[in-house]
Design a protein around this ligand. Structure first.
Ligand code: SAH
Length: 350
């Protein structure tokens, strides 16, 4: 058992013994910090595969989109990635930008010291940050977040016979970690149209995601730059529980063995979009499906170029292209939202 997992299980048990049941968001934040601290979750041997790990085309196309927007904006800009994983997307994007003669300074927001090491192997000159608060304030930011917002903690609320309550996590030796409705009324956290939902309905929201979105959008409004959010999620708010745990490419119980599996929730793109639209002077585009975006920004052309240059890779490139754009693979579930700030064009393809 990795040490992080053992430690976080003990820590969560002790916390609950001391304070009573804790919000799901707190459980999720601690479990994920432990999970990422000592796992390489990506690839065939890991727990899941992300788009940049499927194919170099994904990061390269993002690099070309940034190149195009930056050229039109003019002046200086920095590349920022939130949760860069192994650093693959950044390496592919920056190689594409370099071909076009652009070499921005690179900033990574990453809490896992373990993953920082793999990122440093690919991108030794990056500057690392624990949070977005320390990102530079004097230059436009080209911010990319692929599968980052899904790892942000969510709160969940349940409609009980006594009204809406926040779902909390309790612990005992027989059931282990399990959910329980909180003691206090949570009606004031629930959208008006859900107040009368039937008993046992669940409503989920991520205050952490909305807070992060707000601070990034404020940066874009004052500093300029662009934000591209790519993640799995839904266009409109959906009532219901989307919290999931993935371990070794299979779904697991989110509350069993915290720190062993990746805890994520579907991203509510309508909530992120509303935050961006509430800040003056931003161009907000999308969300659209990932497949449509990749086609709009030229995945077919890039696949053809690579195939002509490497005929022996034809089958692999065709399969990767399908995996990224096909509606039954990553094409529809994943969405793309773009926000541009002062003096920057709208995100290309959206
Ligand atoms: N973008 C990468 C990795 C996605 S996994 C890819 O597409 O392959 C999520 C990434 O976010 C990991 O690098 C993880 O360590 C990081 N992460 C998760 N929660 C974080 C947080 N609260 N602050 C900073 N980084 C975080």
């Amino acid at each position: 058992m990795p040490s992080g997992q053992h430690a976080v299980e003990d820590e969560l048990q002790a916390l609950i013994a001391e304070e009573g049941p804790i919000p799901i968001s707190r459980f999720m934040a601690m479990a994920n910090a432990a999970y990422y601290s000592d796992h390489d979750p990506f690839g065939a041997k890991g727990d899941f595969i992300t788009a940049p790990e499927v194919s170099q085309m994904f990061g390269e196309l993002i690099g070309l989109v940034l190149t195009d927007a930056w050229r039109r904006a003019g002046g200086d800009a920095a590349y920022v990635e939130l949760g860069p994983g192994r650093g693959t997307l950044a390496a592919d994007a920056l190689r594409a930008m370099e071909t076009a003669g652009l070499e921005p300074q690179v900033h990574f927001v990453e809490t896992s010291t373990f993953l920082r090491q793999s990122q440093a192997e690919l991108m030794p000159n990056a500057i690392w940050h624990d949070t977005t608060a320390t990102l530079p304030t004097d230059v436009p930011l080209m911010i990319v977040a692929n599968e980052f917002f899904d790892a942000m903690p969510v709160e969940q609320y349940v409609k009980t016979m006594m009204g809406w309550r926040e779902l909390m996590i309790r612990h005992d030796d027989i059931d282990g970690f399990a959910t329980v409705p909180g003691q206090e009324s949570a009606e004031n956290k629930i959208p008006q149209d859900l107040l009368d939902a039937h008993t046992a309905s669940v409503f989920e929201r991520s205050s952490a995601s909305r807070g992060l979105m707000r601070s990034l959008c404020r940066r874009l409004a004052t500093q300029g730059g662009m934000l591209i959010v790519i993640d799995y999620g839904y266009f409109d708010r959906a009532a219901g529980d989307t919290l999931q745990a993935v371990h070794a490419h299979a779904y697991a119980d989110p509350f069993v063995k915290p720190g062993r599996s990746d805890l994520t929730a579907h991203v509510d793109f309508s909530a992120l979009k509303r935050v961006a639209q509430s800040i003056r002077g931003l161009k907000v585009r999308g969300p659209i499906e990932q497949g449509d975006w990749l086609v709009a920004i030229g995945i077919d052309l890039r696949a053809d170029q690579l195939t002509r240059a490497n005929p022996e890779r034809a089958a692999e490139l065709a399969a990767a292209r399908m995996r990224l754009i096909h509606p039954e693979q990553m094409g529809s579930l994943f969405k793309v939202l773009g926000v541009s700030g002062a003096g920057w064009p709208a995100v290309p393809g959206l």
